[in-house]
Write a protein that binds this ligand. Structure first.
Ligand code: PLP
Length: 420
């Protein structure tokens, strides 16, 4: 009887020494190479590290988490209940339900005047998070460079790197109200540049793009034949008369824009996990392929709830935006009065005050403020090196807590600047 060779997987389980087999002397042990290099080299999210400290404390006022303090509107929750009661518990098309895609096409055309064909140009995703991931994975080849503004949303660099791309950061500053400088963008373009990744209104700064700057950025994209991923998840949260324009609506942009959005912020639906991508069918087809093999489809119940949000959610958005606006003014005025310079953010629900007058780094400021005054803010460096000297504060928190947070922050700042 000839003995069968033991499969490697079985030998691995029973004989760990095989990991360091003498027959393969040049291979380092698995323990030193178990993670892919591109994953190993990406640091853990600075926000998560910070929330690990927070989790050990009680009675903290948190300006840290970037999500609405409102619950999902009642009629939207009811639509979810109704969906389940109707036994809509099955897969949908890979693109998402046609009802939601039709409603979204109508919604985007009404708001921004851009038309997308709901049958082949709209994909429903698991949050804007998935939209970002599948968009870059479907379109980047190894070594393709993507220009993004910094400080920027924590997932951008990792998503580009996981997709094999190379992020190129263009720094934005408080002096520029954190809007991209077109000259800096031009200077960052190389023969390897394939795309730009934009996020206005922006997390973490709350910045919007002035229209003349947006026009110039679009012209640069067209002139250099670049793809533009435009994360417009905060499109409905704008203030002070700023008029939101969709990047795809600008001349020459529809054919080169991957528009990403979602329901989390505007409709207070973070836990439902519904986002979307709109793009020309040639691009969307590739993105769909990645989505199809990895996710299959977004949750049907959540898509049914999102459909109701589109149908009847406008008064809810108006109500929430008015409330955010009130709190935005309170916090921004409060920071400036304390001596923490804060430009006026016209979008999202973040303020991004400068804390350099305290002599602290943003990491030290956030950590010491948390330990001494039990107020949680996020260090600007969680959003890239360009965030140094700032902290991010989310004002989607009750007015009473915002007022108390300002009292505590003022006490902290006075101690640090010798005024106490
Ligand atoms: N894009 C930006 C700029 C964000 O701030 C967030 C969430 O904070 C996301 C995408 C992810 O949103 P979603 O909940 O739709 O995955």
């Amino acid at each position: 009887m000839t003995s069968q060779p033991t499969p490697t997987s079985t030998r691995l389980a029973t004989d760990p020494s095989i990991l360091n087999s003498e027959s393969e002397p040049t291979r380092p042990p698995l323990s030193t190479r178990v993670l892919a290099r591109r994953v190993d080299e990406v640091p853990r999210s600075g926000i998560r590290r910070f929330f690990d400290i927070l989790a050990t404390m009680t009675d903290v006022i948190s300006l840290g988490v970037g999500e609405p303090d409102f619950d999902t509107p009642e009629q939207v929750i009811e639509a979810g209940r109704h969906s389940l009661a109707s036994r809509r518990t099955h897969y949908s098309s890979n693109y998402g339900t046609i009802e939601l895609r039709r409603a979204l096409a109508h919604h985007i055309e009404r708001l921004y005047g851009v038309r997308y064909d709901p049958t082949e140009e709209i994909l429903i995703t698991v949050g804007a998070s998935e939209a970002l991931d599948v968009a870059v994975r479907a379109t980047l080849d190894p070594g393709d460079e993507v220009i993004t503004h910094e400080p920027s949303y924590v997932s951008y660099r990792p998503a580009i790197i996981f997709a094999g791309g190379v992020p190129t950061g263009v720094t934005t500053t408080i002096e520029e109200d954190f809007a991209l400088d077109p000259a800096k963008v031009e200077a960052a373009i190389t023969p390897r540049t394939k795309a730009m990744l934009l996020n206005y209104p922006s997390n973490p700064t709350g910045a919007v793009l002035p229209h003349d700057v947006q026009d110039e950025i679009a012209r640069i994209a067209v002139r250099n034949d670049l793809l533009v991923y435009s994360d417009e998840i905060y499109d409905r949260l704008v203030y002070g008369g700023y008029e939101m324009r969709c990047m795809a609506a600008l001349p020459g942009m529809r054919r080169r824009t991957v528009l990403m959005g979602g329901f989390s912020k505007a409709y207070a639906m973070t836990g439902w996990r519904i986002g979307y991508i709109c793009a020309p069918s040639e691009i969307l087809e590739g993105i769909l392929k990645v989505h199809q093999y990895v996710i299959m489809c977004a949750p049907t119940v959540a898509m049914d709830a999102a459909l109701e949000a589109l149908k009847s959610g406008e008064p809810d958005i108006a109500r929430m935006v008015a409330s955010y606006d009130h709190r935005r003014r309170l916090l921004v005025d409060g920071f400036n009065a304390i001596g923490l310079r804060c430009f006026e953010p016209l979008g999202a629900f973040y303020a991004f005050p400068q804390i350099t007058s305290t002599g602290l780094t943003s990491d030290a400021f956030a950590e010491e403020l948390l330990r001494e005054e039990s107020v949680a803010v996020v260090p600007g460096t969680a959003f890239g090196e360009a965030g140094e000297g700032h902290v991010r504060c989310c004002y989607a928190t009750s007015e009473a807590e915002l007022r108390e947070a300002l009292v505590r922050i003022e006490r902290f700042v006075k101690r640090r600047t010798g005024q106490a």
